[in-house]
Design a binder for this molecule. Structure first.
Ligand SMILES: Cc1cc2nc3c(=O)[nH]c(=O)nc-3n(C[C@H](O)[C@H](O)[C@H](O)COP(=O)(O)OP(=O)(O)OC[C@H]3O[C@@H](n4cnc5c(N)ncnc54)[C@H](O)[C@@H]3O)c2cc1C
Length: 431
């Protein structure tokens, strides 16, 4: 049997980050990834010179991921929108936003009274202590705090944009407001070369720290033993039968995968049972040129749509070409999207785009986040990164820990596991 100090299951951004942090702390770390390549949902495909992420991806510069990447020493190039070329989309019509989303105040999208209320709500949101909103859904918060329907719709649109969630009746207001504040404080960055650059950067740092990686290696089960009252991990067993002994195991995968790796574990089964995933449909289009160079983003106000010319800010298309992402935020009310529906959004933003298509891809049901922080539980109710009922087990992912959503939660939980296990031998066995 092979041995290591820590076995990390999952080679997405969360698994790579936790493996690097633990290896830098002096652990022997082996990372197992079932796919042939690292990256998970941060994978980017190079198609005809266009760098296609799995849907539109933006790094929140004030979020936990940017903080952890900075601490690791990873610099990522790219830029984010500064408000130019933006439109609100309502009733099949585009409304110009002369200087970005704040300029909802200057369009004819809202009445004068609506503009005043919108400004008041935005100011209030930026100052709020999000943790006081625990137990309330975002929809309840909107109903209690925004009196006009014409204002509620664009405010809801901003929340969809920063959280990816369309189910505002389920989404906890604490998590949503914290994410909205992170998105607005310093804005976002689209990455040159796509999110695979983050994967490459982290994987170089992991190599330098001495992490051993095993690709095409599906872990089938976390092996366990009774240990003086509380059970503890013993290692992992791979699908090909190979066993690794490890003092600790970090599962950097989704809740259903985690439950499958821990058969008979009622706590893990409970995490999977209650997880409400956040889904999106995505149409990516590589164009030889943009028919309307000044039309760069469209935000759906009455429909959960979003379109953005990422190549206007990041190097993700060949010289002269353009990469456009169109997405639909899926939820209970709008559970599906068709390709023609998303094409229709692009028809509004970039009429004539069909004549310039070089490459395209439609992905109807991507999992953006494994579990949305619910009204009942909020961020505080998510599973903890260091698991209590099974010694030596850590969890990393966008459904774990008390900080952030999306990749911010993944990297925050990676940091929390590494911090908790630093200093002493990770979950060391009793002598
Ligand atoms: C359309 C879309 C848009 C997004 N936009 C944004 C955005 O704008 N901003 C943002 O912050 N985030 C965004 N995200 C989310 C972001 O991509 C994820 O939060 C992040 O990539 C998650 O990383 P992870 O390592 O936690 O999980 P994953 O990337 O899912 O990695 C898990 C890995 O574990 C592996 N694995 C699972 N089970 C096993 C097993 N048994 N054995 C071995 N390996 C296993 C998988 O193959 C996978 O590689 C978006 C996601 C999508 C889909």
């Amino acid at each position: 049997m092979k041995t290591t100090d820590v076995a990390v299951v999952g080679g997405g951004l969360g698994g790579l980050a936790v493996a690097t942090l633990l290896a830098r702390g002096g652990r022997r770390v082996v990372l197992f990834e079932k796919a042939r390549h690292l990256g998970g949902r941060a994978h980017t495909t190079l198609q005809e010179g266009y760098h296609l992420n799995l849907g539109p991806h933006a790094l929140y510069l004030a979020g936990a991921a940017a903080r952890v990447l900075g601490q690791l020493g990873l610099e990522l190039k790219g830029r984010g929108p500064r408000g130019e070329g933006g439109f609100a989309l309502r009733g099949g019509r585009l409304y110009t936003l002369p200087s970005g989303l704040v300029s909802l105040l200057t369009t004819d999208l809202l009445s004068t009274a609506g503009k005043l209320e919108f400004a008041r709500v935005m100011a209030r949101l930026s100052r709020m202590d999000a943790s006081t909103l625990r137990g309330m859904s975002l929809e309840e918060w909107l109903r209690a705090n925004v009196s006009r329907d014409e204002v509620r719709a664009p405010v809801a649109m901003l929340f969809r944009l920063s959280t990816y969630c369309a189910d505002l009746a389920l989404l906890g207001a604490d998590a949503a407001v914290a994410q909205h504040q992170a998105a607005l404080t310093q804005g976002v960055r689209y990455l040159d070369g796509g999110w695979v650059e983050m994967v490459r950067g982290l994987s170089t740092l992991a190599d330098a720290a001495g992490v051993e990686r095993v690709l095409s290696a599906r872990v089938e089960e976390v092996t366990r033993e009774e240990g003086g009252g509380r059970p503890r991990v013993r290692g992992v067993r791979l699908a090909d039968g190979t066993e690794w002994a490890a003092e600790s195991v970090v599962l950097a995968a989704g809740p259903h995968e985690v439950a499958a790796l821990l058969p008979g574990d009622a706590v893990a089964a409970g995490w999977a049972a209650k997880a409400v995933p956040v889904k999106a449909a995505s149409l990516e289009v590589g164009l030889s040129r943009l028919p309307r160079p000044g039309a760069l983003t469209a935000f759906g106000v009455d429909r959960p749509w979003y379109a953005s010319v990422h190549s206007a800010w990041a190097r993700v298309a060949p010289e002269g070409g353009a990469l456009v992402h169109v997405a639909k935020y899926l939820g209970e009310r709008d559970a599906e999207a068709s390709e023609p529906e998303l094409e229709g959004v692009l028809d509004l933003l970039q009429p004539g785009w069909r004549q310039h298509v070089v490459t395209r891809r439609f992905l109807p049901g991507l999992t953006v986040m494994h579990a949305l922080p619910t009204k009942a539980e909020g961020l505080a109710g998510r599973p903890r990164p260091v698991v209590e009922h099974l010694q030596g087990l850590g969890l990393v992912g966008d459904w774990v820990g008390t900080e952030g959503m999306l990749v911010d939660a993944s990297l925050s939980s990676a940091e929390a596991v590494a911090r908790a296990w630093s200093g002493s031998r990770v979950g060391a066995r009793a002598a």
